[in-house]
Ligand binder design. Structure first.
Ligand code: OGA
Ligand code: MN
Length: 286
């Protein structure tokens, strides 16, 4: 067996040991990892020192087409000259910690709301991969929640009430919630999309709540009732029993399935410490 999987949570998440991912090219190995993603939804590696181009190559090898229409791309912030490599950091192009009122900082701050990546584009995000390059000396975790377990735990009446509903997802909405406004031209580029509220995952047939801070309303319902439903479901789906907290170390590499999990960044003193990760996200295309 080339890979070993050690479960880290009763519902989901496994730590993987095996070869360096930069060296994994065999289609059978990649298929084994995708099958593990179907089972665990979040896979965690340690000691995976990715260079930027290696991370981009691995992401495409693993799952095809990369997401590049990020909010950071719209705000014109990319230190790496490639919008498919998302700069998940609190530093500017000089490597200095960004000012608290830096407009580009909104993106990292908004990651503290429970969300799934790229639910606001069509096709939406499938796998996200985060590579830890600089980690502060204080805890600055990412938390993940299992949306399949959250669906499984709903009563039959709630399931029947919600399973055919749709939500409108827009990144402008999740930023507005925190008091941030895009201008008209930026908003045009960020017009949202409609998504099912409950998804059925291919291969496993499991069902999952498809929730995010980007979900602004339920299409079939009046706005207030829809927002209240979304709040109730997010509250349910992020109960401690469904949540795993990842404590980062330099060299960690984490892949998660955006179709079946939500995640959020936890706060830390980001005016005092640098934190730099790089993200690649694939699109849900078959
Ligand atoms: C992301 C994200 C959380 C974090 O990169 O998509 O939400 O802890 N990151 O940085
Ligand atoms: Mn995210």
């Amino acid at each position: 067996m080339r890979f070993t999987f050690r479960p880290l949570h009763p519902h989901f998440v496994a730590e993987v040991t095996g070869p360096r991912l930069q060296d994994v090219h065999d289609p059978a190995d990649l298929a084994r990892l995708r099958a593990a993603m179907d089972q665990y939804a979040v896979l965690v590696w340690h000691d995976q020192p990715f260079a930027d181009d290696e991370q981009l190559d691995f992401a495409q090898r693993f799952d095809g087409v990369l997401h590049a229409r990020t909010s950071l791309a719209v705000l014109g912030r990319n230190r790496f000259g490639n919008d498919a490599l998302t700069d998940v950091s609190n530093v500017d192009e000089h490597g200095d910690i960004m000012a608290a009122d830096d407009r580009r900082r909104v993106s990292s701050v908004s990651n503290r709301l429970w969300h799934t990546d790229a639910s606001f584009v069509d096709p939406p995000g499938r796998y996200s991969m985060l590579s830890a390059r600089v980690i502060p000396p204080v805890r600055a975790d990412t938390e993940f929640a299992d949306m399949r377990a959250a669906w499984d735990a709903l009563d039959a009446e709630t399931r029947a009430q919600i399973e055919h509903l749709h939500a409108h997802h827009s990144i402008a909405y999740s930023r507005q919630v925190l008091g941030f406004e895009f201008d008209a031209a930026e908003r045009d580029k960020l017009a949202g999309v409609v998504q099912p509220l409950v998804r059925t995952l291919p291969r496993t047939g499991r069902r999952a709540l498809y929730l995010a801070s980007h979900a602004s309303r339920i299409v079939e319902w009046p706005v207030p009732e829809g927002r209240l439903l979304l709040r109730d479901l997010i509250e349910h789906a992020t109960r401690p029993e469904f949540v795993y907290a990842h404590e980062w170390h330099v060299g960690d590499f984490v892949i998660w399935d955006n179709r079946s999990t939500m995640h959020r960044a936890r706060p830390f003193d980001d005016r005092a410490h640098r934190r730099e990760l790089r993200r690649t996200t694939t699109l849900d295309i078959d």
